[in-house]
Ligand binder design. Structure first.
Ligand code: ATP
Length: 291
């Protein structure tokens, strides 16, 4: 009998809003984030292995191949909780830029949870997988469901929302890595503009593209911009080339723009390619994963 391998899609996310309410006594920040998955995905291959080993294989030199990898942690936690006596080889075919504010590692972990649930016949619901995901990282619960949702708490309390109106998302990632921890360390909550999460929820419920564009906001943006002027430059250029709304995702440095018309998309894409290596034009993936 051959070795069974299954392939799972691990999509990136963008933040339509990111708000930080306060710092909690346990050291985590209380957040409110409205996120949506986009059609830029890593491909995770899961192959059965005899023995107990969890093996990570990736061609990308920025992806750790040991217990630091969030997909490794996802496999380990399932093995321990459900006493699984099999090994697994996890191949990560990376398309999502690393340390970019697009939750690539969290999405790999979430896809590994969904995939191993099948490979190992664990019979867990998405709710149960999302709860396990919260032990791995703050964005993993959201990535288990995908689609569009509000995440509260430290990111693990998920409320499903309608998908945003149809549009293109242009992503531009400058060739710097941003440490999320550094950004949070430099965040002064008395000096930032908080996005209006309720207005964004209403815009999604009404399906209003223009209101979605008006309501996007990220409390971490000004912090990262002050640390990395190249991010500011990309924002300005994306606005100048005609995006309807422009925002940094997560703690950055990726900047995304929203646009509805193909002709405008092409102009922005070509303009950005002139000075930025990593530019992508993708659709949103508003629908969440099914059980
Ligand atoms: P977030 O938006 O959730 O803060 P991010 O998109 O900014 O995440 P990631 O791409 O998840 O960042 O990578 C952050 C760090 O996590 C990397 O520098 C890497 O060392 C580590 N890491 C662990 N697992 C993975 C993985 N599967 N893919 C990429 N990076 C990973």
């Amino acid at each position: 009998m051959g070795i069974l391998t299954i392939f799972i899609k691990a999509p990136a996310k963008i933040n339509l809003t990111l708000d930080v309410l306060n710092k909690r006594n346990d050291g985590y920040h209380e957040v409110e984030m409205i996120m949506t998955t986009i059609d830029l995905s890593d491909r995770i291959g899961l192959s059965e292995m005899s023995g107990n080993e969890i093996r990570i294989i990736s061609q990308n030199r920025f992806v750790p191949d040991d217990q630091r990898n969030l997909a490794y942690q996802a496999a380990r936690i399932l093995k321990e909780k459900f006493n699984v006596k099999q090994g697994v080889s996890i191949t990560i075919d990376k398309a999502i830029p690393v340390a970019a504010g697009l939750a690539g590692g969290s999405s790999d972990a979430a896809a590994t949870l969904r995939g191993l649930n099948k490979l190992w016949n664990l019979g867990l619901t998405l709710d149960e997988l999302a709860e396990i995901g919260a032990e791995i990282g703050s964005d993993v619960s959201f990535c288990v469901y995908g689609g569009t949702a509000m995440a509260k708490g430290r990111g693990e309390k998920i409320t499903y929302l309608p998908a945003p109106p149809n549009c293109w998302v242009i992503l531009a990632k400058p060739s710097i890595g941003v440490s999320t921890a550094d950004v949070y360390r430099n965040l002064d909550l008395s000096k930032v503009n908080h996005p209006d999460s309720n207005a964004m929820i209403a815009a999604l419920q009404n399906g209003s593209y223009s209101t979605v564009c008006n309501c996007i906001g990220n409390v971490l943006e000004s912090v990262t911009l002050s640390m990395h002027p190249e991010v500011q430059h990309i924002k300005e250029q994306m606005e100048r080339f005609g995006a309807d709304a422009v925002l940094m995702s997560g703690s950055g440095p990726t900047v995304f723009g929203l646009v509805q018309y193909d002709s405008r998309l092409q102009r922005i894409y070509n303009g950005l390619r002139g000075f930025c290596d990593q530019v992508y034009a993708v659709r949103m993936l508003g629908e969440r994963f099914s059980e």
